[in-house]
Ligand binder design. Sequence first.
Ligand code: DQQ
Length: 444
Amino acid sequence: MNDPNGLIQWRGRYHLFYQHNPAGAFWGDIHWGHAVSDDLLRWEHLPIAMAPDPDGPDAGGCFSGCAVVDDGVVKFVYTGVDPQVCCLAAGDPDLLTWTKHPGNPVIAGPPEDLGAPGFRDHSVWREDGHWHQVIGSGIADRGGAALHYRSPDLIDWEYLGPLLSGDRAESGEMWECPDFFPLGDRHALVLSVLPEKRVHYFAGAYHEGRFSPDRYSRLDLGAEFYAPQTLVDDAGRRLMWGWLREGRTVDAQIAADWSGAMSVPRILAMTADGRLTAHPVPEIDALRGRHERFEDQALPPDEDLRLPGVEGDCLDLRVEIDPGGATEVGLRVRCAPDGSEETTITYTVTGGALSIDRRRSSLDATVERDLESGSTGLPGGTPLVQRVLIDRSVLEIFPEGGAPAGTRLYPTRADSLGISFFARGAPACLTRLDCWQMNSPPVA
Ligand code: DQQ
């Protein structure tokens, strides 16, 4: 699997469609897979929703898109390839059978004068009695662009110009998977940026078709979180899923017989100072099993603290560290007893930066080894409160009020289960740690 698509809560159930290759654990021959859940914990696989039509404009694949409800009917707006065009499909009331619009493509390509490097992925909304959408694209020699269209019926689309375009030195050449939505009293445009392959957002005011962002930041600081999409659920929550890419070779994916995962669903929020932040949906708290709690544990500088019972590869950790005078604080996860494998998560106290060091995560030399870091957006000097979810190869980190990070780890050793805490520069205090073993979801 790769990108989440067509996210919708429909008749109370969460539907997650996604980019899917039924032929194997590698990217290609892109269909739309389909899974459904009542509670965001237990997911049931449903039959493939859409397949490429050899005689249609999506013969080369059904690329990413979104779902909207049009007069009681759920419809997909998605990309057919090749060339990249905008297509429409309508679902039956159970969302099991999808009928592609006979007039596809509904948009045959980008305006030619843009020299666009791509024209794919869709974010559709209602405004002033019309449908609006942005399509991911770029303008030759300038940078990424989100192209804005308007339609009375999802079929006839009028090009309005770029909702936003960027400078390629700052925000990349091509924007994939745009998602444009209101949150609080602002709007956010979330983008998956090429060639960097990281997720950023613009945030700011949107009035009468004009988006005036005053912020451009990383949405997620992990190396493998990509192509996210959001939905608003019946409770009014803006939920986001991202694709957690593989940090291992295609051969390793094929050998494992699976490739790609979805992040834990996150609730997005806009902070008072206009940043996007996210935390896991509370539904996943139901997976919490055996619990250990520690309070007021001293963290002497440059000396790792290990705590009894705090280890594992399916864990939900809530970590509170008062940095005192320390310059950096953090924790190591999936550590081998002899230190031959470990992943280090470091929070820089003055700058509010988070780094994830995967250079020693695995003894397997073929997996990604990197040091990825970025700003959480948190003001320097604040105590660190963060949630860390470890689910085998998946690591997701949620600093409270800051930018999260999703990535993948592939330790080779069965005993790479250790967790330790550290401070650098001066003593700090682990004021509170809650560690839950995470259970599998209950069987339906
Ligand atoms: N994945 C899809 C594209 C999108 C990319 C193809 C992002 O529609 O741009 O599988 O991961």
